[in-house]
Design a protein around this ligand. Structure first.
Ligand code: NAI
Length: 255
């Protein structure tokens, strides 16, 4: 049976580890040729090795998602390598501890930390969408999925700028979706709950019990749980789905 993404080409940012890596591996298994982009060039190469060893086709590239030049090059390198861009997963992101804002309430964030968070988690997504939409419109369509978060839907303590950025991603997603809906372009976002990756180690160490109590299923999700949703959203099975935000959160937002 053909894979869900057979014959498609895909670009995944933040693909060096965690959710991005799991999605890159699943996309390849489902038949896509995959470009894996990340600031962590070694990690991106490792993801490509995993894919190529399993018989898939992938390339890696080093990208800083806050740089328009890097992001434009990321998109054009993907098109040069594979001929077109069908699916894009804008997933690179950082958490508060990565800008020295671990545990900081709203008034305790530094300006530098706030700016960096918005640059990576919000502007980075817009820069990528800008370049991807241009290519996709020329070729007659495509599917974009952005990684938002449950933090794009509700407030989370000590995550001010992260929450602001992720709410922004949800807004960008909805707006682009309605702007290009009649041109074959679908834009959606996925809202993960607490997922077992390096990113959540800090939050789990500080307030893991509260987090699990707030998650209806009482356990964390896996990167694979998110990858499955992204794969479906990028596939033709989701042909009538655009402007949507899909929670994959073990019931966190519902509870
Ligand atoms: P992770 O920390 O394991 O992976 C993030 C990847 O993004 C890393 O490989 C990192 O090198 C890359 N990256 C960070 N800044 C970058 C930059 N400026 N340019 C290029 N690449 C950059 O994190 P994880 O958990 O896989 O998160 C992926 C996405 O999912 C993020 O957008 C995160 O905000 C989001 N998310 C994660 C949740 C979780 O529970 N793990 C929950 C909700 C959302």
């Amino acid at each position: 049976m053909a894979g869900m993404l057979e014959g498609k080409t895909a670009l995944i940012s933040g693909g060096a580890r965690g959710i991005g890596r799991a999605t890159a591996v699943l996309f390849a298994k489902e038949g896509a040729r995959v470009a894996v982009a990340d600031l962590n060039a070694d990690g991106a190469k490792e993801t490509v090795e995993l894919i190529n060893k399993a018989g898939g086709q992938a390339i890696s590239m080093k990208v800083e998602v806050t740089s328009a030049a890097d992001v434009n090059a990321m998109v054009s390198r993907t098109v040069d390598a594979f001929g077109r861009l069908d699916c894009a997963f804008n997933n690179a992101g950082i958490a508060g501890y990565q800008v020295n804002a671990s545990g900081a309430k709203t008034a305790d964030w530094s300006e530098e930390a706030f700016d960096r968070m918005i640059a990576v988690n919000l502007k980075g997504v817009w820069l990528a969408m800008r370049a991807q939409i241009e290519v996709m419109l020329k070729q007659g369509g495509g599917a974009i999925v952005n990684t938002a978060s449950i933090a794009g839907l509700v407030g989370l303590p000590t995550s001010s700028a992260y929450v602001a950025a992720k709410h922004g991603v949800v807004g960008l997603t909805k707006t682009a979706a309605i702007e290009y809906a009649t041109q074959g372009l679908r834009v959606n976002s996925v809202c993960p709950g607490y997922i077992e990756t390096d990113m959540t180690k800090d939050a789990m160490a500080r307030r893991g019990e509260d987090i699990l109590r707030s998650t209806a299923m009482r356990h964390m999700g896996t990167p694979q749980d998110i990858a499955e949703m992204v794969c479906w959203l990028c596939s033709d099975r989701a042909a009538f789905v655009t402007g949507a935000n899909y929670n994959v959160d073990g019931g966190y937002v519902a509870a």
